[in-house]
Design a protein around this ligand. Sequence first.
Ligand code: FES
Ligand code: FES
Length: 167
Amino acid sequence: MSGPTTYSLTVNGRAVEVQADDDAPLLHVLRHDLGLAGPRFGCGVGLCGACFVLLDGSPAPSCDTPMWSVIGKTVVTVEGLADGDSLHPVQQAFLDEQAAQCGFCVSGVLVSAAALLAAEPRPTEEQVAGSLDRNLCRCGVQRRMVAAVLRAATGAGPDGHSPGDES
Ligand code: FES
Ligand code: FES
């Protein structure tokens, strides 16, 4: 029986080395070896979105992603969205819209939203809703989440106005 493998990964812009079994879920390594508690364990089978991270820029369920499959990939968790002390626009918008209730699903939602905004900086409401399709929220605040992502896309301030908006 072979032992753990040494994996060299880039996580949140930092090169890290971890020992893990080839079939170990990325989520386990992130939470327990790297101390990144943002991605949550929900369903464990890729169906709820609570554990989503960006793998080479695309949202992916880290609970259902074995370590052997992440070799050479870049991983970004919710902790990696902010730029130093500056929140990612969608993080700020979630605060402004008070778009979280219990918060359990939010790290996965933010990751999905950040991926959408990177690909489509001015999404429609339908595109936003579609991008969050795989993120379940048992608190039922999806509408506020969609509003927050749209706010992030327009750069609207807490009063709903965009910077430089005279009206
Ligand atoms: S915990 Fe990974 S998708 Fe549900
Ligand atoms: S805010 Fe509670 S599950 Fe989404």
